[in-house]
Design a protein around this ligand. Sequence first.
Ligand code: ADP
Ligand code: MG
Length: 566
Amino acid sequence: MIVGIDLGTTNSAVAVWRDGEAQLIPNALGDFLTPSAISIGEDDQVIVGLPARDRRETHPGRTATAFKRLMGTQQRTKLGRHLFDAEQLSALILGSLKADAETFLGEPVTEAVITVPAYFNDRQRKATRRAGELAGFNVRRLLNEPTAAALAYGLQDRGEKEPFLVFDLGGGTFDVSIVEIFDGIIEVRASAGDNRLGGEDFNEIVVDLARKELPADLLELNSPNIIELQRAAAERTRRALSENDSADFVITIGDRQEKVQITAAAFEAAAEPLVARLRDPVLRSLRDSGVMAETLSEIVLVGGATRMPIVRRAVTRMFGRFPDATINADHAIALGAAVQAGLLSRDEALDEVRLTDVCPFTLGVNNAVRDARGGMQTGIFSPIIERNTPIPASRVNYYHTISDNQQAIVFDIYQGEAREVKHNIKLGTMRIPVPPKPAGHVTVECRFSYDTSGLLEVDVTVPDTGLTYNLVIFDEDAKIANQQMEQRRAVLAQLKVHPRDDATNQAVLARAARCYESFIADRRELVGTWILEFEAALAAQDPRTIEHARKQITTALDHLEGERFL
Ligand code: ADP
Ligand code: MG
């Protein structure tokens, strides 16, 4: 069985193709979304998901979130006495989803389709693939998130229509893609976005509004979690505002509880500058793909933050029509990945669809160009495969010698969008010997071929000599990383993960501990008593007693701080 996984910045999810449809798989807590958070407990055990995110406030030095942003970098995060890179942290999330799938399906699960943002570069894609392998998956395919969204909405079945737009606003990132189905092939024609815009930014707006009304001395109170408390309160308020015209921002510090009423109108007025930032990536994606907004056949909403009415209205205004939001926005990507998984396992119902990807960045070489005064300007980027070209792709450009009796042409190969090569990423270099002739009299042909596995092949032919030179480019960092793969797998294997069957209780305990730490005096004492009671129930080891006690403490905590949400 192949599973489909949405490995998100804020939340992750796993789904499977079964009985002719994509189905989400619940985690040990019964939720379809697992927060992308990892924490290391005092007992040195790995905690994954909601309980880990709950520890972000109480154990910042032991907890990591939003590490998807670091994929493809060497940056490491210290959690307790361990150092992890983003690949390993992602592997722990994937491992947890794998266990959830195995429990749900009652069989070992070793194959997966994992989604990545369309703009992820080669390095980030390889890192994602390795994270899957570290978790024990054979990664059958990396799938672009907008393509997954298209599959989830079943857009592949409706035949050839005009292209559509995928509008994905998550916790911290915003992605727009133009997708087209042509001849049974789904193609991402263009993608653009803002990787610093998402639900979290809207939380800051709520915090700013609330702080204006909160008593000054409260804000000066020396609570270690003040920032996180405000963020959590804002998240709660903002979600309530998705359903109501006004909501309370409730903050409890020490023994004090303060409430500020926030109206949807005030929130929306203050959020206007953020909403304005949604426009630019939309325009860019349309421009890059050469598609006109009027010809879009559909606007598809993805990502939890598109649940905000202000975002929906902005989209409606931008396109002059209502977007399609028939699927739960934060489940769409995982469901689409499961559709792809079904395709790969050759399920008949889906046999017809094929998929392509696009090259998410421009590939080219350095070049010299003549400037206005007749001099030579070097280090200028000459694109060969433009970004958003459907892959596999093969493109040719021609280059001439620039000085008399030049002995060789040196091609430095780059990835990026900048005009000057020094701002792009250098992938490799080739020195091509050429026969001595006057400047401009030798022409060579440079062919780039790029395939779906992210392999770039460069062929340079010198017609004068009939010789061809070939270079296959692998990611140098990836090579090093591969050597370390075994070692890193061993590191993960040594870690103990909290037993799955205990997950619900652990989550409740983590939440209670968080409340205990953020309150003082009476409230704190109260939470302390609840924890003792719950621990006693756990010690009794009778499932009924435990369940009863868990319900009690959960209700009590809900009462104290508002209901839990993902
Ligand atoms: P990502 O793609 O970043 O992993 P998601 O698609 O899961 O994230 O979206 C997470 C974001 O969605 C969070 O910022 C959260 O506040 C927001 N969100 C989820 N539900 C709602 C809701 N009902 N109203 C407003 N925002 C919501
Ligand atoms: Mg997402």
